[in-house]
Write a protein that binds this ligand. Structure first.
Ligand SMILES: [Zn+2]
Length: 93
C-alpha cells in the first residue's frame, strides 16, 4: 500500500482540539476581551479553544465572530485591528 502520512496531522492533536471544543460546549468558553469598540461592543475570544466572538452588552448577546463583523468594525467604523490584550478580564478563577 502506498499510503502517505501527512506530517502535522496527528490524531492526538485532533482529539485535543475536539475535546477542548466539547469542554467549551459543555462548560462554556473562557472569554477574554480582545478589543473594545465602544461602550457596548467588543470582540472577545476564548482562551481555551481560540474561538472569537462579538459581544454586545446592550443587547446582551454573544455571537460567533464572522467576516461581517470584521468588515463592520475594521472597514466601516475604521477601527484598527489589535492583537490580544486584557488577557484576564472575564475569567478570574
Ligand atoms: Zn472555548
Amino acid at each position: 500500500m502506498g499510503a502517505k502520512q501527512k506530517e502535522g496531522v496527528s490524531l492526538a492533536g485532533f482529539l485535543t482540539r475536539a475535546a477542548t471544543r466539547l469542554y467549551c460546549g459543555l462548560f462554556g468558553h473562557q472569554y477574554y476581551t480582545v478589543q473594545r469598540f465602544n461602550k457596548y461592543s467588543r470582540k472577545i475570544a476564548c482562551g481555551r479553544c481560540g474561538s472569537s466572538f462579538a459581544m454586545d452588552d446592550f443587547m446582551q448577546v454573544v455571537v460567533p465572530w464572522s467576516d461581517d463583523f470584521e468588515h463592520l468594525y475594521y472597514v466601516v467604523y475604521g477601527f484598527k485591528k489589535r492583537g490580544n490584550y486584557e488577557k484576564d478580564s472575564n475569567s478570574k478563577q
